[in-house]
Design a binder for this molecule. Sequence first.
Ligand code: GSH
Length: 212
Amino acid sequence: MKLYIAQATCSLAVQAVFNELGLTPELVHFDVFGKTTSDQSDFAAVNDLLYVPALQLDGETEPLTETITIASYLADQHPESGLIPKHGTIERARMDQLLTFVATEIAQKHIPLMRKLMTPEGIAFHSNKLLNAYGKLDARLADGRAYLTGEQFTVADAYVWATMWHERSGVNLDHLTHLKAYIERIETRASVRKALQDEAEIVAAHKEAIAA
Ligand SMILES: N[C@@H](CCC(=O)N[C@@H](CS)C(=O)NCC(=O)O)C(=O)O
């Protein structure tokens, strides 16, 4: 399996899920600004919309894209991991609800803010949406649970952790103390530490290759 990632992006969620499962895909780094890849392949041939994550599965011609789809697919293949509830249950519907919320109300709200593409009105609108969305997560964690759905780390936690881009977006979340403690808890997990380490290594190697 080949996983296409980019630095400090939502692909970290998929890396964390892979690591939780003890699986090691081949990583390929895509530089979203320079448009090059660490293996010199043409990323447009993988995903012509030019975004990560994208997962090339063995035996499949077309790569799997979309963070939710890839993370859920991997977790579904390993139900014993507890990373995602079983299809067709109310718990799974709630998980899908949460994942969609993270994708649409958090990740995609951050992107134009981080890229400084917005008018002052747009900044205020998106910042307020993000404050409300993170406020919902903080409120959920207020009962002392370790993770968003209870004591079990899930794909939703991997996704929220991977998209904590508030500093780059200029959104202050200091008042959300439950959320802060939760992210710190996630950061102690071996799976997310390895994701960051693997990412740092491949990004450094890619930069070196470009500079050479
Ligand atoms: N709908 C996609 C969006 C993925 C996405 O926005 N990826 C960002 C990184 S988090 C990216 O690769 N952006 C590069 C670009 O759009 O130029 C998903 O949910 O996975």
